[in-house]
Ligand binder design. Structure first.
Ligand code: ADP
Ligand code: ADP
Length: 221
């Protein structure tokens, strides 16, 4: 089964119009895709559905083979742990070091620091932040903050990584570096969805494209 399956999914906010209409698609295991479309087309909304932070107003979503409409609320955090998300505005905690930000998801679950300290440091080295482990986010550049946010999303080894405009705040060389990181992660087995407006980024890889327009989705394999 695919990681995620959408069938005739529609979404409206309150009494407003449907902002997503009749979405039917899969996110296969180990796949790599861009999600694109004009501003207001529904990309953020679709990411929220994929992250299980929003329920569809109609249709079926299966996530890791579970119908999300029937999952008890208290089980959602456990499923969400299998999905990493990188927000456009990073959402790093400013009073915590890079290391502490990345370790936070494990710490809040009450894990013993001895069991994860080396993993956090290895991951920070992998994203190129080996020299920035003990600094606070305000000291980091845009590209470094982005990589810290990526590391935090990866610390639980998710099966799916969602990234919202990950190259929105970095220069072209850093954008290429981030893209190589996502591709490498994908080679290691993680499915990746990158929401982006950045045509030059998409031109660098021959990847699946999910294009939203006026709430409808077209997929180019
Ligand atoms: P994109 O990320 O592609 O710019 P969004 O998913 O943010 O698109 O928005 C799609 C549509 O849904 C837009 O018309 C937007 O104004 C509307 N929308 C997004 N979030 C909300 C919300 N919380 N309440 C009401 N309307 C919303
Ligand atoms: P971006 O396109 O940068 O991802 P959005 O414009 O989609 O950001 O939305 C920013 C925030 O504003 C989101 O939390 C979204 O839910 C909210 N929002 C967007 N459009 C509306 C709307 N029409 N009504 C209410 N909230 C909205």
């Amino acid at each position: 089964a695919p990681l995620i399956h959408f069938e005739n999914v529609g979404l409206r906010y309150g009494m407003g119009p449907e902002v997503l209409r009749d979405l039917t698609f899969d996110i296969p295991r180990r796949s790599f895709q861009f999600l694109t479309g004009p501003s207001g087309a529904g990309k953020s909304t679709l990411l929220r559905l994929l992250f299980l932070s929003l329920q569809p107003t109609r249709g079926l979503i299966r996530t890791f083979d579970r119908n999300i409409a029937t999952i008890p609320r208290e089980e959602l955090p456990m499923l969400r742990r299998r999905i990493g998300i990188v927000f456009q505005d990073f959402r790093l905690l400013e009073h915590l070091t890079t290391y502490e930000n990345v370790a936070l998801p494990l710490r809040v679950r009450g894990k013993d620091e001895l069991s994860y300290r080396a993993d956090v440091i290895d991951l920070l080295k992998w994203v190129g932040l080996g020299e920035r482990i003990n600094v606070l986010p305000p000291v980091l550049s845009g590209g470094e903050k982005q990589r810290a946010a990526i590391a935090r999303a990866l610390i639980d080894r998710p099966e799916l990584l969602l990234a919202d405009e990950p190259t929105g705040n970095v220069d072209p060389p850093m954008a290429r570096r981030l893209l190589s990181l996502f591709l490498e992660l994908n080679r290691l087995g993680t499915a990746v969805v990158i929401a982006t407006h950045d045509l030059s980024l998409m031109d660098q890889v021959d990847a699946r494209r999910m294009i939203l327009s006026q709430g409808r989705l077209d997929i180019y394999e």
